[in-house]
Every structure is written in C-alpha cells, then in structure tokens.
Write a protein that binds this ligand. Structure first.
Ligand SMILES: [Zn+2]
Length: 147
C-alpha cells in the first residue's frame, strides 16, 4: 500500500469518528430520551471506524516494516470509546499513525543507500568511460580493472 493511498483511506475512516462524537455530545446536551439509542449507535459506528483504521494501518505497516502501526488507532479507539467526550488521545494517536504511516521506514532507506554505494561509478583508467566501481572489466573497452 502506498503512503498516499494509506493517507486517503485513513482520513476517510477518521473524519467520521469526529462526527459520531459531536453527535453524541449534541444529544447529551439535549438530554433527550433518545440519548441512550444514539449513544449505542454512535459507539458501534466509532468501533467500526476504528477497526477500519486499524486494518488500514496494519496493511500499511506491514508493507513498510512497521507492523506495530495498527496499535496506535487501537489505543486511540479504546480511549475514544471509554472517554468519548475527550478526543485528545485519539487525535494524538491519529497524528502519530498518519506521520509514521506516511514515512517509509529506515530499513528501506538504508537499503537504498546501500544500493547507491553499490552503484558507485568510476572512470575506466584505459578509455575514461564511466563504469561501475565494482566492475572487474570495463564494459566499453574490455580493460581489466583492478580485480
Ligand atoms: Zn574502458
């Protein structure tokens, strides 16, 4: 999963959690009889949203060497379902998930730099064409480079 696809999916799932919460707060303010019903509905919707966010994070984390990434929306979701009126923890968790999910891991960054040193180029001493440093033989003139 690319980081852009991850970001889009995560935001699509995350934004409604704020609406569910505001719906809950609104009905609590009204103190209406339907609060209990709405409360349950919003709880289920919140749960579904967080499960979706955990799944998206899991697949993104799996692809980028961060298998633990799904833990952040899970923690955010648990806090959200317990302390639904205090969106601080889930918001922080969402930010961490997005930031970590967007960046590619250090391992693959390291791999790229290894590949770069692997592709290091020098000039052939005989014909001055650019060849790979680790080449034993020049691809242009066939000159034997220091083996
Ligand atoms: Zn050469």
């Amino acid at each position: 999963m690319s980081n852009v696809k991850f970001l889009i999916l995560y935001i699509i799932l995350m934004v409604p959690t704020y609406f569910w919460r505001f719906g809950l707060i609104g009905s609590a303010m009204d103190g209406g009889d339907d609060f209990e019903n709405l409360n349950n509905t919003a709880m289920v919707l919140l749960l579904i949203s967080y499960v979706g966010m955990a799944v998206v994070s899991y697949f993104r984390g799996k692809g980028s060497g961060k298998k633990y990434l799904f833990a952040f929306p899970v923690v955010g979701g648990v806090f959200d379902l317990i302390l639904v009126f205090i969106p601080f923890v889930p918001t922080v968790m969402n930010i961490i998930t997005i930031v970590m999910g967007m960046s590619d891991d250090k391992e693959s960054a390291g791999d790229t730099s290894i590949n770069k040193t692997d592709r290091e180029e020098i000039e052939c001493p005989a014909c001055a064409e650019v060849i790979l440093k680790k080449a034993k033989k020049c691809k242009h003139c066939g000159h034997e480079v220091n083996a």
